[in-house]
Design a protein around this ligand. Structure first.
Ligand code: BGC
Length: 426
């Protein structure tokens, strides 16, 4: 029998197989390529939202959050002291997840969801978390779907305009933004008393992505910007294509709806991590790391959620965990646990490399009295077994090791909805 340790080493699946400095350099390079409009895998999408803003008070906004399995709505306003007033949050199912929908259906399902609140507000902040090119009027054109949404006719369409037309209110003020951007805005507005040198928004949930503030003069691909100002850039970091992928990452990628796209996201985000663990465990079964009985059981499993994988790494899984059915041989569950735990450790180092690159690209945070504020949202980041502490260790070691950058983390509950409301009140 081959050991789990040997298997992980053979496939270069360990965090120690990643050269963090090398990866950070490549990531920064790819950011610059994207800003220059020279292609590359990082889209570096201008948002036309500056970080320094004044917000209207006592004005109700319909805030929408579409980006994972849920489609959520709420009526939000801020009183004159800036205190958030949030009505009941309603949860619906994201259209296109259970079956393919036409463009018409897609927008009319969404219009039906939001209609009751849209009638109470002239402003809509729409947090739409799929790769979308934002236009100067702050509507957005969908570049492609990810996270397994099936609505191919919507690609290339203007999201805000179509929603407003389905609602029958084409004149309403609508701002479309990415969830990372909403998260950055929510984090910034929730930390008014302290001095920060810059701001980053990061999401690790079903998908993953990062945004930060860039000087307009560095956004070389867009000549029509005021070069004295800056704005938030949506990196679409989940599409980073230059991370060190293994044969098993490729195998998982080939089983998804869009092979070759969003390959970074598929290495660690919640929408794919369970599937990746199952792919790796099946390979371990084939290579004799697990007993024949366990290998056969794994082959019969059609899927594994990221939650199940995390739960198994934490405590060998609760009674209903699909991996609980692994051969009763203790050694098999221990090998499976080690494999999943190693993949979580690798995930933590990949996330740390992503954030480290963005912190360095800001050029900010050089003084402990003015750190960079990183607002993080997403259940995978907070719930995956020991991901967060390992991430903080990798990032902390990297940023202190001769680079001396200072960062602070914050979490804002409902940051996508709050940030969407803020964007519509600028
Ligand atoms: C999307 C991003 C989004 C991220 C987090 C990715 O799959 O492409 O736009 O910000 O998920 O929700």
């Amino acid at each position: 029998m081959k050991s789990a340790k040997q298997f992980l080493e053979d496939h270069r699946l360990r965090a120690s197989d990643i050269d963090m400095q090398g990866l950070v350099d490549i990531f920064i390079n790819e950011m610059e390529t994207g800003l220059g409009g020279k292609g590359g895998s990082l889209r570096m999408i201008p948002t036309y939202i500056e970080a320094e803003n004044d917000f209207l008070t006592d004005v109700p906004v319909l805030a929408i959050d579409a980006g994972g399995t849920n489609f959520r709505t709420a009526l939000i306003s801020f009183d004159q002291k800036g205190t958030l007033v949030c009505g009941e949050i309603k949860n619906f199912r994201m259209p296109g997840l259970d079956r393919e929908v036409s463009s018409r259906e897609f927008f009319s399902i969404m219009a039906d969801y939001v209609r009751p609140l849209a009638e109470k507000s002239e402003r809509i902040g729409f947090c739409f978390s799929y790769p979308t090119e934002i236009l100067p009027n702050r509507d957005g054109r969908l570049i492609q779907f990810c996270k397994e949404v099936q609505a191919p006719e919507v690609v290339g369409q203007l999201i805000g305009m179509n929603l407003l037309e389905s609602l029958g209110t084409p004149g309403k003020h609508l701002v479309l933004l990415n969830d990372t951007v909403a998260t950055l805005l929510a984090g910034k507005s929730a930390s008014p008393g302290k001095q920060f040198d810059s701001f980053i928004g990061y999401i690790l949930g079903t998908g993953t992505n990062t945004c930060y503030i860039e000087r307009n003069r560095n956004i070389i691909k867009n000549r029509n910007l005021d070069s004295g100002k800056s704005q938030i850039i949506n990196i679409e970091s989940g599409n980073f294509a230059k991370a060190p992928r293994t044969d098993l990452d490729l195998l998982l990628d080939n089983s998804t709806m869009d092979p070759g796209n969003y390959s970074f996201e598929k290495m660690f985000s919640g929408g794919y991590f369970g599937g990746l663990c199952l792919t790796v465990l099946k390979a371990a079964g084939l290579e004799g790391v697990l007993s024949a009985g366990s290998a056969a059981l794994l082959n019969n499993l059609s899927g594994l959620t990221s939650n199940d994988a995390s739960d198994f790494a934490r405590n060998d899984g609760s009674v209903d965990n699909p991996l609980k059915t692994l051969s009763s041989e203790r050694i098999d569950s221990e090998s499976a646990r080690v494999i999943i735990d190693t993949l979580i450790d690798r995930a933590a180092k990949l996330v740390a490399s992503n954030i480290a690159a963005v912190v360095l690209k800001t050029g900010r945070g050089k003084s402990p009295s003015k750190p960079v504020l990183i607002t993080i949202d997403g259940t995978t980041f907070y719930k995956m077994f020991r991901l967060r502490e390992r991430f903080e260790k990798y990032l902390g070691e990297f940023l202190s090791d001769g680079r001396a950058r200072y960062v602070e983390f914050t979490e804002v509950q409902q940051s996508s909805l709050i940030g969407a409301a803020l964007a519509a009140l600028i």
